[in-house]
Design a protein around this ligand. Structure first.
Ligand code: AMP
Length: 371
């Protein structure tokens, strides 16, 4: 089986690694340089996107910010999964909100802003404080503002107006500020026959909008059930095929969807060591029409993101239950360079493992670790 992935980052890399034992060969399309590359070595292949589309069995994506002309060409081949609509919804918060409403799942109250008058209407409809998010191109907290008081509205509008003129078709989605207790996500997979399997829900700690630490939750029955139902509603509404991630706010035990990612997701990296079948393999199984793998938890597992660092102490690598995954990227401040999966026999043991690792890792680079 030959699979082309749109996007040539770490997610394509990890799908390629997961696909090899199944004899699934992966190549990646680097949207920036518009070249087809090997997902591990990033060496360029000597053929065009059109030739790659022609040659592969299946096309999928590792991120949602893909030019629509590329998506449309891939969609027209009849080989693209999960569906081009799902990718477009993941890349545009207006479409995403419409999808969530259509699927009937709870999400933060919102209002779409194109003009100064819309901002006033948003304040009336959504209330203050509010979070303002760019409709296009936003991720990891980028393109976001917080509006706390009406007196700040003119100043914030000036900034937003400049931002809106930078990109055609851009808009702002104003969202009520959600006083959440914690952030959780659900990773699941749906196949072509409509069968759905979900992983245990994951608790996520973000710092400055960027994921730092994810922990699979072992005993979260009440929210797991809510999340499973919302997952199925969204995946069915999209007739989705592949791995889908949904991020939620947990407010007193009630879940509200924050956003969806129509792809494998950073908060699912723990499944490489913590689940029977990892998210990368299950995505490939789904899009290649192979039977889905078990999503059962093997053991309590957490994932620590390595941000902006290209080295970690050898003592971390030496720690039992610890697995380091580097992405082979050049070091840049804040960049996702790799992650560490940490496994233990019990949740209490996992907490102790994380505390022990915290003593070996720099507090500034790993701020979410328990200390
Ligand atoms: P996002 O890119 O939408 O996931 O936002 C990045 C982070 O900002 C989230 O992980 C939350 O920590 C925070 N955030 C986003 N939207 C809201 C909201 N409506 N209320 C409170 N915090 C939010």
């Amino acid at each position: 089986m030959q699979v082309l992935i749109l996007g040539a980052g770490q997610l394509a890399r990890m799908m390629s690694l997961a696909g090899a034992p199944l004899n699934i060969q992966v190549m990646a399309y680097d949207v920036g340089s518009q070249t087809v590359v090997h997902p591990l070595t990033l060496q360029r292949y000597d053929f065009s996107l059109a030739q790659a589309i022609e040659g592969v069995d299946v096309i999928t994506a590792e991120f949602e910010h893909i030019p629509h002309d590329v998506l449309d060409v891939c969609g027209a081949s009849g080989k693209f999964l999960p569906t081009t609509d799902a990718i477009k919804a993941g890349g545009d918060r207006r479409l995403e909100k419409a999808l969530l409403d259509r699927a009937g799942v709870a999400n933060a109250k919102y209002h779409i802003i194109n003009t100064r008058a819309d901002l006033d209407a948003a304040i009336a409809h959504v209330g203050l404080p509010m979070v303002l998010k760019s409709a296009l191109g936003g991720y990891d907290g980028k393109g976001q503002w917080r509006l706390k008081e009406r007196s700040q509205a003119d100043a914030i509008w000036e900034e937003m107006a400049a931002f809106l003129t930078e990109t055609p078709e851009q808009a702002i989605v104003a969202e009520e500020f959600v006083p959440f207790d914690r952030e959780v996500s659900l990773i699941g997979v749906r196949n072509r026959q409509g069968e759905v399997r979900v992983y245990p829900i994951t608790e996520n700690v973000h710092v400055d909008g960027v994921l730092n630490l994810s922990t699979a939750i072992v005993d979260a029955q009440a929210i797991q059930q809510q999340a499973d139902e919302m997952f199925t509603a969204v995946a069915n509404a999209l007739n989705y095929v592949g791995v889908l991630a949904i991020e939620f706010f947990d407010v007193g035990g009630k879940l509200l969807v924050n956003e969806i990612a129509p792809r494998v997701h950073n908060s699912g990296h723990w499944t490489q060591q913590g689940a029977e079948t990892c998210q990368f393999e299950n995505h490939l199984r789904a899009v290649c029409d192979l039977p889905l793998g078990s999503t059962a938890l093997l053991r309590p597992t957490a994932m620590i993101n390595i941000l902006g660092e290209d080295q970690i102490p050898a003592s971390v690598v030496a720690t039992a239950g610890t697995h380091v995954h580097w992405y082979g990227k050049e070091k840049r401040a804040g960049r996702k360079m790799g992650h560490i999966n940490v496994c233990a026999n019990t949740p209490a043991e996992l907490e102790n493992q994380l505390k022990a690792l915290a003593t070996q890792l720099d507090a500034l680079a790993f701020p979410a670790l328990p200390r």
